[in-house]
Design a protein around this ligand. Structure first.
Ligand code: SF4
Ligand code: MSK
Length: 664
């Protein structure tokens, strides 16, 4: 009989625990209870074997030493193929998101995208420079059209290299050339992996993984980077904003619309529609006080960063939001949307609306997104929600809500550290070189109901802060820290070690920087590239004392991110378990051969203490290789700037205003 975990074992978040208890009382299933009922397959997860289903001579399950598949495929070949296909799946999802944004930019430039405008012309010019497109003498619309067409062409490019590859340090580009993994075209690299892993093709584990790395780079320095950059052009480059997070953002007396998925395109229009006076008046005519928007997952991160729309939480909050009974409409676009949602919505009054031409789920209302009528579609969805408000039954909304200050784009970090006239990463590099900051950790990625929600993310973030490690976050990891009140800057200072605190107090930089959604991990690549180019920390990303973590990962996209970060020179550590554990050869390739060839590696560790220790070892090894002083916290903490201490006495809005200059 599988063990049923208590609410406290399922999540560390009190709001989640409260709603999980309600789910049990109402007899409702969630991902948590389904995970309890369904043990993970030890072969599928690579612990006790490997499974290949690439052809119908199988599926072949390899569970004994030396066993091979019907075609003769070895455990290493199968493990490498499975890993490569997962990376290609993740890269395809991210990159297709980028393609959709590029088409929206094109439509906006041609005046055919209702409600959209080009909000950041400075970013548009920066992206044009990366594409070697001259901006002089062109209207914004003409330049945006050229940029959009160039971005779209990157997907179908067959030869040469992706344009954004040149944004990496020179040494990194040389490493990719030497190892033969420079990405040629985005779609080409995804297709290449699917082809080479078909039955009877590439059966050399290292060669298969080289294809996977090239595909991952086509995501990190291609599709995802396009998604981030063009979203900034269309919707504005993020700067710090005060927001709120957790299930307590749902309103008891307003029409609640929850926006879930990943793309900002439709959700930005729903934000615009929900603030229209006619629709607010219509909501009031139905007895509601107003219209309340809340996000889930990375759509949430997108609109939280740019619009300050509150977040109802991360991946595992999606079902819990519905179980409050307070959601009139949940609107989804793409990725990380559980199929259980429409059925669960049906237990309440909630309408569940799919909108992507790529995503239909039985039991949902499908209102298809079309950028030419985006604002009208957004208004239609808001009306559906308002009309549904009178049908609301009993509601339980947890009180839990925390302030959060997200929006640390690499442009803003640059400005924050160097000022408007000398934007620079110099102060950050100097602080690492002096040992005030020991190193940098990127804690990113998902929740997974097989482990306690948010526990690994938040424990690791606190432990790193204590040891003077600066933390950057994206995706569901950032929302996990947000729910624990650790993304308001000043709050996290309570945990920060003496050197890190000193730097943060002097510069106003929070010790935990929320940089965006899953595709925005490319912002982290840009920061690392610029730190390498700034000088003092070597001349490549692999020289920087930095580690990437995904301690609660679950998606193929997480593996694609891990692979492109490793190929970019980072040490990347994933939690839970290794999907290639059964193959010592593939494990060795990803840890040792990648490190030798590329300076980065991807490894798996099943407990948080090991993740912490291996990360610190890596950071200290990189410090030693750069001849930097050995990390010694006793040297710091006596200077700093009393400004932050005084600011901490102020309410959050006033603090943010003083620190980040007029954020709203
Ligand atoms: Fe089995 Fe080979 Fe077919 Fe995989 S490709 S299912 S190992 S026969
Ligand atoms: S939403 S990919 S659960 S981070 Fe980007 Fe969260 Fe992971 Fe989805």
């Amino acid at each position: 009989m599988p063990k049923k975990r208590t609410a406290g074992e399922r999540s560390i978040d009190p709001a989640s625990q409260q709603i999980l208890i309600r789910a049990d009382e109402l007899g409702l299933d969630t991902a948590f209870s389904r995970a309890d009922a369904m043990a993970a397959c030890p072969i599928g997860m690579g612990r006790s074997g490997l499974c290949c289903k690439n052809c119908f001579m199988g599926p072949c399950r390899l569970t004994k030493e030396g066993q091979v598949g019907v075609c003769g495929a070895t455990a290493s070949t199968i493990a490498a193929r499975n890993m490569a296909r997962a990376i290609a799946g993740g890269a395809a999802a991210h990159s297709d998101h980028g393609r959709d944004i590029a088409f929206t930019l094109l439509a906006a430039a041609e005046g055919e995208a209702q409600g959209y405008q080009i909000r950041d012309t400075v970013k548009l010019q920066a992206v044009a420079r990366h594409y070697n497109i001259p901006a002089q003498g062109k209207t914004t619309a003409a330049l945006a059209k050229e940029v959009a067409l160039k971005a779209i062409a990157e997907f179908g490019q067959q030869t040469g290299q992706l344009a954004f590859v040149q944004r990496a340090p020179n040494k990194r580009q040389q490493a990719w050339k030497r190892y033969g993994i420079v990405p040629r075209g985005i779609d080409r690299e995804v297709v290449d992996v699917l082809h080479r892993t078909h039955m009877g093709d590439d059966q050399h584990p290292e060669h298969i993984l080289k294809g996977a790395l090239r595909c991952a780079l086509a995501d990190g320095w291609g599709g995802s980077m396009i998604a981030t950059d063009l979203s900034d052009v269309l919707f504005g480059t993020p700067a710090p904003k005060v927001g709120q997070v957790n299930l307590g953002v749902l309103a008891g007396d307003e029409v609640n619309i929850v926006l879930h998925g990943h793309e900002p395109t439709l959700s930005e229009m729903i934000v615009a529609a929900a603030s229209e006076p006619e629709l607010i008046a219509y909501a009031q005519s139905k007895g509601a006080k107003g219209i309340n928007l809340a996000g889930i997952c990375c759509t949430s991160n997108e609109i939280l960063l740019r619009q300050g729309v509150p977040s109802a939480g991360n991946f595992l909050n999606q079902e819990l939001a519905l179980i409050t009974g307070a959601v009139e409409v949940m609107v989804v676009d793409v990725q990380c949307i559980m199929q259980a949602l429409p059925n669960l919505a049906g237990k309440f009054h909630t309408k569940f609306i799919t909108t992507s031409p790529k995503v239909m789920i039985e039991g949902s209302l499908h209102i298809e997104f079309d950028e030419r009528r985006a604002l009208d579609i957004a208004r239609e969805i808001v009306r559906v929600a308002i009309d549904n408000y009178p049908n609301r039954g009993p509601v339980v909304i947890p009180d839990d809500v925390e302030d959060i200050v997200p929006g640390f784009s690499h442009e803003y970090i640059n400005y924050m550290l160097g000022g408007s006239y000398r934007a620079s990463f110099r102060p950050l590099n100097d602080a690492i070189m002096a040992g005030r900051i020991r190193g940098v950790v990127a804690d990113v990625g998902c929740n997974n109901p097989r482990v306690t929600q948010d526990k690994s993310h938040t424990w690791l973030v606190r432990e790193f802060l204590k040891r003077d490690v600066l933390v950057v976050q994206t995706g569901c990891g950032a929302l996990a820290s947000g729910k624990m009140g650790m993304v308001t800057g000043e709050a996290a200072l309570e945990y920060a070690g003496p050197g890190l605190r000193e730097v943060c107090e002097a510069t106003g930089m929070p010790p935990v920087l929320h940089m965006g959604s899953c595709v925005d991990n490319t912002r982290i690549l840009t920061v690392l590239a610029q730190m390498a180019q700034e000088g003092g920390l070597g001349d490549d990303i692999s020289d920087i004392p930095a580690v990437g973590l995904a301690p609660e990962w679950m998606s193929e996209k997480a593996l694609a991110i891990g692979a492109y970060c490793a190929a970019s020179g980072a040490c990347v550590i994933f939690g839970l378990a290794s999907p290639v554990e059964y193959s010592g050869e593939v494990t060795r390739l990803m840890e040792e051969v990648w490190e030798k060839e590329l300076g980065g590696k991807l490894l798996f560790a099943s407990d948080d203490e090991t993740i912490l220790q291996r990360s610190l070892e890596h950071i200290d090894r990189k410090r030693a290789a750069l001849n930097l002083p050995v990390y010694d916290p006793s040297r710091f903490g006596r200077s700093g700037d009393a400004r932050m201490r005084a600011l901490r006495a102020l309410p959050l809005e006033a603090r943010a205003e003083a620190l980040y200059g007029g954020v709203k």
